[in-house]
Design a protein around this ligand. Sequence first.
Ligand SMILES: NC(=O)c1ccc[n+]([C@@H]2O[C@H](COP(=O)([O-])OP(=O)(O)OC[C@H]3O[C@@H](n4cnc5c(N)ncnc54)[C@H](OP(=O)(O)O)[C@@H]3O)[C@@H](O)[C@H]2O)c1
Length: 190
Amino acid sequence: MKLSLIAAVARNGVIGIDNRLPWHLPEDLAFFKQTTMGCPVLMGRTTYESINRPLPGRLNVVISRQADWQPAPKPDGSARSLIQYPTSLPEGGDTAIALAPSLHAALDWLDGFEHVFLIGGSQVYTQALDDGLVDELVLTEINHDFDGDAHFPVWDRQQFRETHRISNPATAERPWGFDFVQYATLNNKE
Ligand SMILES: NC(=O)c1ccc[n+]([C@@H]2O[C@H](COP(=O)([O-])OP(=O)(O)OC[C@H]3O[C@@H](n4cnc5c(N)ncnc54)[C@H](OP(=O)(O)O)[C@@H]3O)[C@@H](O)[C@H]2O)c1
């Protein structure tokens, strides 16, 4: 299983404020959707609640230490179903929500999948990078500082090499540019 970490990161490391993204960047939302569609997305409970619905067309795996955590109901008030660890997971790209008790349990659970995206937030990124679990970083590097209360961890750039970069310059409407960048790990996890 390949584990890709995907994040949008400001020049000063900020990734969030008040449980939301600090910027309006539709190109990044479209890139995120296109990149992760059909693959399981793995996230901390806070990030799930900041979106507050499952991302469609993806298996949404939430990690929480609260064994009784439940996703908020649908807008019509009906409950959302939740797959409990370690029940078997659906294959394919159907929308579903699953709950795991830890990052390592979630990764074991997802082992049969080809490609999994770790989509945040700060706590989960930090743990995955510290534990050397990440095969690839897919970063949207925003060339501007933002105020925020959630930060991307300081990561060891010596452990990765840049494999791909697309630069998007500033425009009249958006006075800062951003780059879509991929970094591959130099560590062989085998
Ligand atoms: N810019 C981006 O690309 C991006 C992407 C995602 C999120 N964000 C931002 O990041 C912020 C959220 O990040 P965050 O660090 O506050 O929260 P987070 O990492 O999304 O979630 C933290 C929660 O996940 C659970 N958790 C974490 N590690 C765990 C472990 N080892 N075992 C079991 N459960 C674990 C805990 O839930 P319980 O408390 O329920 O136990 C913990 O409180 C928001 O501002 C969001 O908008 C930005």
